[in-house]
Design a protein around this ligand. Sequence first.
Ligand SMILES: Nc1ncnc2c1ncn2[C@@H]1O[C@H](COP(=O)(O)OP(=O)(O)OP(=O)(O)O)[C@@H](O)[C@H]1O
Length: 309
Amino acid sequence: MRTLGIITNPTSGSGRGARRGAEAKAALAAGGHHLVDLSRGSWAASYEAAMARRDELDALVVVGGDGMAHLGLQVCAEHSLPLGIIAAGSGDDIAMAVGLPRHDIPASVRRIEEGLRGLTANLDLGKVDGDAIEEPCRPRYFGAVLSAGLDAAVASYARAITFPRGPLKYKVATMREVPRFRPYGVRISADGREWTQTCTLVAVANARIFGGGLVISPESHVADGRLELVTADAMGKRDIARLFAKLKDGSHVTDPLLRIQQVDKVSIVPDPSGAPLPPAFADGELVGAMPLTVSIARAAVTVLGGRAQ
Ligand SMILES: Nc1ncnc2c1ncn2[C@@H]1O[C@H](COP(=O)(O)OP(=O)(O)OP(=O)(O)O)[C@@H](O)[C@H]1O
C-alpha cells in the first residue's frame, strides 16, 4: 500500500472532470492505496495543499488536462516525489509526450501501478525565472512548450472571457487577436548570443506538440536534455493563417520566416522595436509577463509508467 496524493479538477475535459476524478479515485483505492485528496476550489489552492503535504506522499497523481499535469510538475520538479498523470483533459500534450494513455482511466491507473513497481521515465523540464511570474509558484516549470507570441495573446484573451466556453472561446479569441496583431519587438539572449528582432511567434519547446496537438517543434523530445527556441519573424495576416494551418503537421518548419534552434538557456525581453509581447503561457497556463529566462532542467521529474522514447 502506498500513500498517494490526488488532485482532480471538476472543470477539466469540458466539465467531465468531476466524474473522471471520482472514477480515478475509485480505481486507485481498489488497488489498496491510501489516498490523500488534495483537490481544492482552484489550481493555486490545490497546489498549496499538495505542497503542504508533499513529504507524507509516495507519489502525487493528477487527473485532468495539461493544466493539471502542469500543476503536478510544480510540486514534483527537482524533488524525489514521482508524478502520476491520468490524462482526461481537452488538451493532454504532456501526457502524450510521455507516451501515456488518454481518456482511459483503467489504462492510466495500470501505468501508475507499473510506475510504483519501478517502471518510470525521467523527463526534462523547462525552468522559468522572472520577476513577474504568477503566484504561487516561482520559478515555474513546464513540460511541453512556453510561448509568448501571437498564440499567447489568443490564450490570454481566451482566459479573460467567460463566454463562450471550451474550444469555441479560442476561436473567438483568434478572431479578435489576429486582426489587431502588430509584430512584437523582442531581444533574445540564447546561450551567449544576443539579438533583437520583430516576431510573430516566440516559443521555447521541451516537447514537440502544444495547444492540444499542434506540432510546433518536430525534433523536440522531452528526454533529450535540450530545449528548442522557435521564432517566426514578422508576418502579415495571410502568412499567419498559412503558418497556423501548417502547425497541424509540423510542415511550417520549411517556412523561410521560421527558425528553430537548440538552446540550454534563453532570455526573452521586450524591445521597443515592435509591439509589447503578450504574457507568456506554458502548458496552456498563464506564466506571467516578460522578461523571462528559460533554462533546461534535465531529468527533473519522474513520471510513473511513462515512456521516455
Ligand atoms: N478546482 C480546480 N482545480 C484545479 N484547476 C482548476 C480548478 N478549477 C478550475 N481550474 C482550472 O482549469 C483549467 C483547465 O484544467 P485542465 O488543463 O486540467 O483541463 P482541460 O480540459 O485540458 O482544460 P482547457 O481546455 O481549459 O485547457 C486550469 O487552467 C485551471 O486553472
